[in-house]
Design a protein around this ligand. Structure first.
Ligand code: DC
Length: 235
């Protein structure tokens, strides 16, 4: 039996990460924050003084970085050269520059291949022991894992998204830029505001986290039933 793959996309501030992580926790799946792969690539370039505008240099850095992912939803971590950079990749400096890496098509291709390998591993083994993975990002439902068993696009009104991020601490202008400015940049290379065919839209504007979690769990149960049903011998 192969594990379940749950793909969740959407812009910043939709509750995507919180929901993805909680769903993974409840179903005992791996939790894969694909945004962290773009963030760690950015951090690595900043540390090494690589010009983020130089697409080839950035792609080279991303191809050769030494990163270890820990996919536990209880304690997701990312190590760069054995240093735990889980906090550092969340800094304003990284948040405001990560789009330069996310819009670099060569870097996207390298990181995308890595993401596909991680997802494939969790279907058969890996951290989840083959139970599967919840992978969240911007292009998981469309480019990275279009064959996922559950595909969800989380959306929410712009002002609600900015307000949610503002509640996390940084000053208002930084938050607005980090949310909307970044979406604008990222939207030049991937579509994550409109659901592709077969992708379920979950508008969280008026939903609590628990309601959004329940919505995804319902889709996961339906998909699981289908997976198990399709394995049955015909009557
Ligand atoms: O979700 P996040 O804020 O951690 O994402 C960091 C950046 O990476 C953001 O600019 C969007 C981009 N990203 C992407 O282009 N594709 C993904 N699958 C995940 C993130």
């Amino acid at each position: 039996m192969t594990g379940i793959v749950i793909a969740i996309d959407g812009p910043a501030g939709t509750g995507k990460s919180t929901v993805a992580r909680e769903v993974a926790r409840r179903l005992r799946l791996a939790y894969f924050d694909t945004g962290a792969t773009y963030r760690v690539g950015t951090l690595w370039c900043l540390k090494e003084g690589v010009d983020l505008a130089n697409a080839d240099d950035v792609a080279n850095m991303v191809a050769t970085m030494n990163v270890e992912l820990h996919l536990s939803p209880d304690n997701p971590r990312i190590l760069l050269d054995d240093e735990d950079v889980s906090q550092l990749i969340r800094s304003d400096t990284v948040a405001l520059t990560v789009s330069k890496v996310a819009t670099n098509l060569e870097a996207r291709s390298i990181l995308g291949d890595w993401q596909r390998r991680v997802i494939a591993l969790e279907r058969d083994g890996g951290f989840s022991d083959g139970r599967g993975v919840v992978a969240e990002g911007r292009d998981i439902t469309t480019i990275i894992a279009p064959e996922a068993d559950v595909r969800v696009l989380m959306t929410a009104d712009e002002e609600v998204r900015v307000a949610r991020r503002a509640g996390e601490g940084a000053d208002a202008a930084t938050v607005r830029e980090a949310v909307l400015g970044r979406d604008r940049q990222d939207a030049t290379v991937v579509e994550f505001h409109t659901a592709a065919d077969g992708v379920v839209t979950l508008d969280t504007t008026h939903l609590t986290i628990e309601e959004a979690v329940q919505a995804v769990l319902t889709l996961a149960r339906e998909a699981q039933d289908e997976i198990e049903g399709s394995g049955e011998a015909p009557a």
